[in-house]
Design a protein. Structure first.
Length: 428
């Protein structure tokens, strides 16, 4: 069984106990009050001073200029989510061909890790297609207007309930596959195949798909083997002389999934520490943490691209394989810290940037980062706050968990593989 160090948690933080998942909705970021001389709350606030992605200043930054816009932003979001159905307007039903007969819309396809919902990046084109499919398959009377409003959410919930899915009103991998499957059109998989993260049945070995935690009922040796195969399938290596750490972005220690594109949230990701004793006995220890930042903006959070241009925006390091070395014995009085480097030893890591400060790494921002060679430097493993992560791109745990994590890895360096739990290679 994995060892899960215990620690205190503030209200609204995800449970550290792995259990059956009742909802796949993502927990909202907590909003603790800023302590004097420490980091501030996570809701579009940041600390004063000049900050960049460095070990010494990995903290939230206060940006007074953004505070004045919070009301307008929330108002805009609320207005966007309202179904503005006009009185007397006939709802638009399923698509029709020139003969006037109804035709089923094409299968819906989302990008890897994408979700459709009131709190997600839902394009009008995709929502329009979703509404058409719901009208066709469930006999609904939705207005096809491209807005994911309350009526659309209600229709999604109804479809989920009818199909035995988690009822959360969000179109994720399971709901998407059920929608496409319900169309009964075998041509969908050929004309518009779902991306790997949107498959409900496990992807074939060697393909990309959703990765899972090891069954807690397995022996430590079997759990170790589960994670070893997962690491090696994604190009990582087990450290023969020490610890190996697997980071799973988008998957909590309780098995609850969330959208790994978000740069805002609590300690909702997983770190698994693999080790072997002197007699070769494998051990598996699991910790709840964050592979993402926990803020929208930072006044001077920036880094270069491949051409040396300065790219601004809170960072999120890209999935990959890294080497990690000791950095500080007690970083910011929150326990030990460790410096993440590339396998070649560079401190400049491939990273995404939240360029528009909305707390999400959109598909466009991800593509821009990959094409432009964005990097972030001085990325650490370090302790955050007790109640929430405090970072502009580092890997964080609570201070008590950071100390337990350090003991688990033996205090030295370690191999680190970071995966997007919603889209990674499965063992062959």
């Amino acid at each position: 069984m994995p060892v899960k160090p215990t620690s205190s948690r503030a209200n609204n933080q995800p449970s550290r106990t792995r259990s059956a998942v009742s909802s796949n909705s993502r927990p909202q970021p907590s909003k603790p009050q800023a302590a004097s001389g420490s980091t501030s709350n996570t809701a579009r606030q940041s600390a004063t001073g000049n900050v960049r992605d460095s070990a010494g200043v990995s903290r939230e930054a206060q940006n007074p200029d953004r505070d004045s816009n919070i009301g307008g932003l929330l108002s805009g979001l609320a207005e966007w989510g309202v179904d503005n159905r006009q009185t007397g307007q006939n709802p638009v039903g399923p698509a029709q061909d020139n003969s006037g007969e109804q035709t089923a819309p094409q299968g819906l396809s989302l990008e890897s890790g994408q979700f459709l919902g009131t709190q997600h990046d839902s394009s009008p084109e995709q929502v329009t297609q979703l509404q058409e499919m719901l009208n066709t398959q469930s006999g609904g009377q939705l207005e096809v207007d491209g807005r994911f409003g309350p009526r659309t959410e209600e229709a999604v919930r109804s479809f989920q309930e009818q199909n035995g899915l988690t009822v959360d009103g969000v179109v994720g991998p399971e709901t998407l596959a059920a929608l496409n499957r319900s169309r009964g059109n075998e041509e969908t998989s050929a004309s518009a195949p779902a991306t790997p993260a949107e498959q409900t049945s496990p992807a074939a070995p060697g393909e990309r798909g959703q990765v899972s935690l090891a069954d807690p009922n397995l022996s430590p040796a079997e759990q170790y083997e589960h994670y070893r195969q997962l690491i090696e399938a994604n190009g990582g290596q087990i450290n023969p002389d020490g610890a190996t750490v697997l980071g799973l972005r988008g998957l909590g220690t309780d098995g609850e999934r969330h959208d790994g594109r978000s740069n805002i949230g609590g300690y909702d990701d997983s770190f698994i520490v693999l080790n072997r004793g002197e007699n070769g006995t494998p051990s598996v220890q699991m910790f709840q943490g964050a592979t993402h930042a926990n803020q929208y903006t930072s006044r001077d959070s920036s880094g270069p691209d491949a051409q040396g241009n300065t790219i601004r925006g809170v960072a999120m390091i890209a999935p990959g394989n890294f080497t990690v070395v000791p950095h500080s014995n007690n970083y910011r009085s929150r326990g030990p810290s460790y410096h993440v480097r590339t396998l070649g030893g560079s401190g400049d890591l491939p990273a995404y940037r939240d360029r528009n400060g909305d707390g999400e790494i959109s598909s466009q921002e991800r593509s821009q980062a990959e094409a432009g060679g964005y990097t972030a430097d001085q990325i650490l493993f370090h302790g955050g706050r007790d109640d929430a992560p405090s970072s502009i791109g580092c890997q964080t745990l609570t201070p008590s968990d950071m100390r337990a994590f350090s003991r688990a890895i033996g205090g030295g360096g370690f191999n680190y593989t970071l995966l997007d739990a919603n889209d990674s290679f499965l063992p062959a």
